[in-house]
Design a protein around this ligand. Sequence first.
Ligand code: NAD
Ligand code: UDP
Length: 343
Amino acid sequence: MNRTTDVEFTTRLRAVPTQGAAGRTVLIAGGAGFLGSHLCRQHIDLGARVLCVDNLSTGRMANIALLLDHPSFRFLRHDIVTPFDPGEPVHFIFNMASPASPPKYQIDPIATFETNVIGSENLLKLAERTGARILQASTSEVYGEPEVTPQAEGYRGNVQTMGPRACYDEGKRAAETLFYEFHARRGVDIRVARIFNTYGPNMDPDDGRVVSNFIVQALSGEDLTIYGDGSQTRSFCYVDDLVAGLMTLMYHDEGDIDRPVNLGNPGEFTVRELAEMVLKVTGSRSGLVSRDLPADDPTQRRPDIDRARKLLGWVPKVPLREGLALTAPYFAAELKRNAHVGS
Ligand code: NAD
Ligand code: UDP
């Protein structure tokens, strides 16, 4: 397999043109989750008013605890599958609401599909009513089990309509279609980010995705659970890079900006390589243990980010090893906090 693990980033990150956000109201659906909570904090720091809408199905109040008393921050506990009135003008909407971890989105596949399809439609109608620009957190899962590598936006994907991942993959594909049609027929101002595996602080230690599992296991002295033989690959993006990409996409106005844009780190690693790196970074003496490979687990994943580079001037800056070193202390603190709460 032809893979690239150490990517040379030659383009410098352009300053994120977020002046569009200051003084405006930004609705962040899924704002108490991992990515959404970073967007909430960034927008408060930029001087925006933030309305965080979340049903707390996978999100946590702890992620937004420091924002709750801020005069420009409002939290609304609500499920986006039911339409709602935000009660104030809204200028920008980030649709981050959806479970993202396979074990979480498979708990209630119908709810996952409805969140992505009906929930997205509700937010698109809200955008239409208010004239807000709306960004969809789509996913690399729209490429399914890819037959090409790296995956560029023009690749149509290879996705199952049935099986354990279909509720998420097909829900995200249907949501994209809704976005393009609301744009074409009703003039809604859209952005669509196809996000590849992202990790970092504010992930739930019980999230179930590979980076959180491995770091928590390494820090707890438990064996790291490798699903299958660990030869499947993923490309892991550090959260600060991803959030910079989302902000740049939302507040950028030029080019064919209403078409999908891949956001991810093109460094590609096998799951086994990731496990070994986590052990090194954490200094853990844990071992590796094999577990069954889940059905339909994609064998490879690597973004082609040419479009993001050319359109937005965006490239990720944090290599995997550095991002893991930035993330491990967060999980160590979470484990300590949970042990304290449990004692
Ligand atoms: P997360 O599970 O931490 O956050 C999702 C948030 O959405 C949670 O706070 C959850 O409570 C909320 N939510 C779920 N269903 C809802 C509903 N019906 N109504 C209101 N709120 C609801 O996941 P994340 O990693 O932060 O992902 C955020 C978004 O980005 C998701 O849409 C996900 O599909 C997308 N994405 C993430 C990644 C990644 O690697 N993190 C990759 C691709 C796409
Ligand atoms: N994985 C693993 N051990 C774990 C969790 C996940 O080996 O404890 C594997 C999983 O089978 C997949 C990859 O790591 O091949 C990424 O899984 P994740 O759930 O993070 O996201 P996915 O990209 O599959 O949606």
